[in-house]
Design a protein around this ligand. Structure first.
Ligand code: NAP
Length: 289
């Protein structure tokens, strides 16, 4: 197959490399700062890269700011309109975190963008990479071993589940919070201590670390005041995040908001996760990879 790859960060560079290693023809544009990539043809334009492409891959996120393609590894700035306008109508188009404007722009060209960030398999594998980054931060940022530490994980979604599992494997004493009765039952059935995310008042003492995965402001100043001195807080949730960092600073609490961990700690794996997801999309759409 022929893949055209437009813009993106180190994950997308790895994606190009992996696609080429799999024997596909790969043509890239707006990855000029990445240098030459074995098996990847650096095109002179979007149109040249997209010519006869079976699949066009736009980055994650597709748009850097309104109207511009996300091109952190390019010296140039490119309107999304130019990128999308160059895509041939038969191509399958995969893009990450597609905003409304980008989707509307594609629709004007009769193109449908499939958002690979919305795929559950990508979210689960990304969660595994995120958890590894979180473990590394917890090890680096605390003066104690994870073994025998008392750790509170807020949220029992993909990241919360995997993080609790890995932490227990390392010997930590794990408490997990959730807001629905089913998750609370699972938390108890799996042998963790449980807390109700909606009723944390009076329950936050006695932890060495708190890791938040809830993308909603739940760790308010009043709750932060309950933490033990020296408790380390790690927020993994996307904007708006889950904790009041200004209050944490006022209270002298060590707190870190760590976003983008898969790209930071495991760009090769992050690229492979995107590749596998794109293969799944192509298989579902056309039965081919
Ligand atoms: P998820 O599977 O959707 O889990 C989110 C958890 O938060 C669920 O337990 C959910 O409960 C709970 N929750 C959501 N809103 C809540 C609220 N208002 N009050 C109480 N609980 C609430 O998400 P995930 O995949 O684990 O990801 C968690 C966060 O990390 C997301 O913001 C995601 O974008 C971000 N993320 C960060 C990185 C990184 O590098 N730091 C990487 C990937 C993802 P219910 O199930 O009851 O809704």
């Amino acid at each position: 197959m022929k893949f055209a790859v437009f813009g993106g960060d180190q994950r997308i560079v790895q994606l190009c490399r992996l696609l080429a290693e799999d024997g596909h023809r790969v043509s890239s544009f707006a990855l000029d700062k990445a240098g030459p990539l074995t098996g990847v043809a650096a095109a002179a334009s979007f149109r040249e890269a997209a010519e006869k492409a079976d699949c066009v891959v736009l980055p994650l996120p597709a748009a850097r700011q309104r109207g511009l393609l996300n091109t952190p590894l390019s010296a140039g700035e490119y309107p999304l309109e130019d990128a999308i306008g160059a895509i041939e109508p038969h191509s399958c188009v995969c893009a990450g975190m597609v905003d409304r404007d980008t989707a509307a722009l594609a629709a004007t060209q009769n193109l449908t963008l499939t958002d690979y960030l919305l795929r559950e398999e990508l979210a689960i594998k990304n969660a595994a990479a995120t958890v590894e980054g979180a473990l590394s931060l917890l090890i680096q940022e605390t003066p104690v071993t994870l073994w025998d530490s008392r750790i509170l994980v807020l949220g029992f979604g993909r990241i919360g589940k995997l993080l609790a599992h890995r932490l227990r494997g390392m010997g930590a004493e794990v408490t997990v919070s959730a807001r629905n009765f089913g998750d609370l039952a699972w938390i108890r059935a799996l042998g963790y201590k449980s807390l109700d995310t909606r009723a944390l008042e009076g329950k936050l003492g006695g932890f060495d670390c708190v890791v938040n995965t809830v993308p909603s402001p739940i760790l308010t100043e009043a709750l932060l005041k309950e933490l033990d001195p020296g408790c380390f807080c790690l927020d993994l949730a996307s904007k708006p995040g889950g904790m009041d960092f200004a209050a944490a600073s006022r209270l002298g609490i060590r707190a870190l908001w760590a976003l983008g961990l898969p790209a930071e700690v495991a760009p090769v794996s992050a690229g492979a996760i995107i590749r596998d997801t794109i293969y799944n999309i192509l298989e579902e759409q056309n039965g081919k990879t």
